[in-house]
Write a protein of this length. Structure first.
Length: 470
């Protein structure tokens, strides 16, 4: 047994095949190509089937990882996906975009001496297998309870609430402000990381289970929360995300061709700007692009600019590589695609040409001081180190805040100082009876899986309320 164990620990992780960087930097096709059946089974066989699986502790929704991995090792893919579905309704999405390196894979025992199990790649494999070759069979929906729930926002938290409540027999309607459902999964995360078709297929499954969808419905403007109750809804879940862009507030930020990442990615993704001239979405295509920030949103913006034809794309970040908030894999992919990193560099002002278009950016070099309230070392400008970077397009990706449209439309919903909704951590209940909230509108911009976890908690609580009362 000891010998077997050490062989597994030493066995290298099965690599994920990917499009070559020089090819993919000019197309919007997905970068990782997915495991073959043989590679998935071989990878699953590396799992030690730990009695106390540390990986599960690292998963915010507690997926039975050794359970589904064992089923893949046995080539029982239909059962493997069913096992995941009991805890996670969006496995094809999570397998692609969850930060596994700091969650399940970060805890995996194999990682102590060698490489952790490729849990995300396996989750993706089995979800894709089910979508393309599986039975297409959905879990049975119980008898209708006759209770109606409105879910506002169709991102991962809203979709999770909707899926869980449909599975309890409730009548669920999803209200979405955009013309298309999926939230950040469709308008933020680009096609080359998460193909839209995958999100559409997960949502289609919910529709087959009875979900009603009302797009172009801006709750707080076109309809209020009280009107939803008057219309016969028994409970409401708010999952409207944190889509309000933040800016640098430096001189010149209003010049032409300076975008918020939110606008830039929405035009490129949801409005299909990348398929010009087939789709005539106005979107400036810079040749010399700077992206301000170093999170996933910044990496997505930089990689999108490269695919739209830029000759040079630079990420400008005021801290060092160690503090970059983006996933390690995204930084690695961006660098492979030729994106340059200007670290310890802070923009001071944008400079425009005679036509009011941005043409360069003045920056100052930084050094790191003592840690600030976020625990990260505070960047301090180095006096006299100013320099200028030429650019014809700039994308500001320095975070996002709470969108006030819905939250400010109802004074009974209490907010935090930063404008997020106050919701009970154990239940998701807000201060307005019959109303729950979760995801980024409660936590600030976080992750897909945390938004889903909040949705699951709220769905449990809503179900109890519909069954036994507030
Ligand atoms: P959202 O996904 O924001 O969905 C909210 C929905 O509500 C939207 O569709 C919005 O249009 C709708 N809405 C807003 N107001 C109203 C209204 N008044 N009425 C009706 N509908 C309304 N996380 C990861 O885990 N991994 C990643 O790799 C990753 N990459 C990211 C890349 C980008 C570019 C961005 C922006 C985020 C990324 N994230 C990533 C974060 C993750 O996407 C979010 O944490 C998650 O989507 C939050 O889910 P949500 O359901 O709370 O909100
Ligand atoms: Fe398998 Fe790693 Fe989880 Fe152990 S910790 S059960 S090896 S995935």
């Amino acid at each position: 047994m000891a010998e077997k164990t050490s062989k597994k620990e030493k066995a290298p992780r099965n690599p994920m095949p990917e499009q070559a960087p020089e090819v993919r930097r000019r197309n919007f096709d997905e970068v990782p190509l997915g495991y073959s059946r043989d590679a998935a089974v071989a990878e699953a066989q590396r799992c030690m089937q730990c009695k106390k699986p540390a990986c599960v502790n690292g998963c915010p929704v507690g997926v039975d990882i050794p359970g589904f991995v064992k089923l893949i090792a046995e080539e029982n893919f239909d059962e493997a996906i069913r096992k995941i579905w009991t805890q996670n309704s969006l496995p094809a999405v999570c397998g692609r975009v969850c930060p596994q390196e700091i969650q399940c894979e970060g805890e995996c025992i194999l990682g102590k001496k060698g490489e952790p199990l490729a849990i995300g790649n396996l989750e993706r494999f089995v979800a894709d297998y089910e979508r393309t070759r599986g039975s297409g069979e959905l879990p049975p929906v119980p008898e209708p309870t006759g209770r109606k729930v409105a879910v506002i926002g169709s991102g991962p938290s809203g979709l999770t609430v909707a899926g869980d409540l449909l599975m309890k027999g409730h009548d669920v309607t999803l209200f979405e402000a955009f013309h298309k459902t999926g939230g950040v999964l469709v308008y933020g995360i680009p096609e080359f990381r998460l193909p839209k078709e995958i999100v559409a297929s997960e949502i289609h499954s919910l529709e087959r289970m009875g979900l009603k969808i009302d797009c172009d419905a801006v709750v707080g403007k076109t309809v209020t929360l009280d009107e939803l109750f008057e219309d016969g809804f028994d409970a409401v879940y708010i999952g409207v995300g944190a889509g309000l862009p933040k800016f640098l507030n430096i001189p010149g930020e209003n010049l032409i061709n300076i975008y918020s990442a939110n606008e830039y990615l929405t035009r490129a993704n949801l409005m299909k700007g990348y398929r010009f001239p087939e789709y005539d979405t106005p979107l400036a295509k810079g040749r010399n692009v700077v992206v301000l920030g170093a999170g996933n949103v910044a990496m997505d913006s930089a990689r999108t600019a490269m695919r739209l034809g830029a000759e040079k794309v630079r990420i400008v970040y005021r801290r060092s590589r160690d503090e970059m908030p983006a996933r390690a894999a995204e930084i690695h992919h961006a660098e492979e695609e030729g994106i340059e990193m200007y670290l310890l560099t802070n923009p001071v002002r944008f400079i425009g040409d005679d036509n009011g278009r941005v043409c360069s950016m003045e920056c100052v070099q930084m050094e790191l001081g003592e840690p600030d309230e976020s625990g990260r070392r505070r960047p301090i400008p180095i006096e006299g180190s100013e320099f200028t970077l030429d650019c014809d397009l700039a994308v500001v990706a320095v975070g996002a805040g709470a969108n006030p449209v819905l939250t400010q439309s109802d004074p009974e919903i209490a907010l935090t100082k930063r404008g997020y909704i106050q919701a009970d951590e154990e239940t998701g209940k807000t201060t307005k009876p019959g109303v729950w909230a979760g995801g980024d509108i409660v936590t600030g911009q976080a992750t897909v899986i945390l938004a889903m976890g909040a949705g699951r908690t709220a769905a449990d609580s809503i179900h109890k309320y519909l069954t036994w009362g507030w």
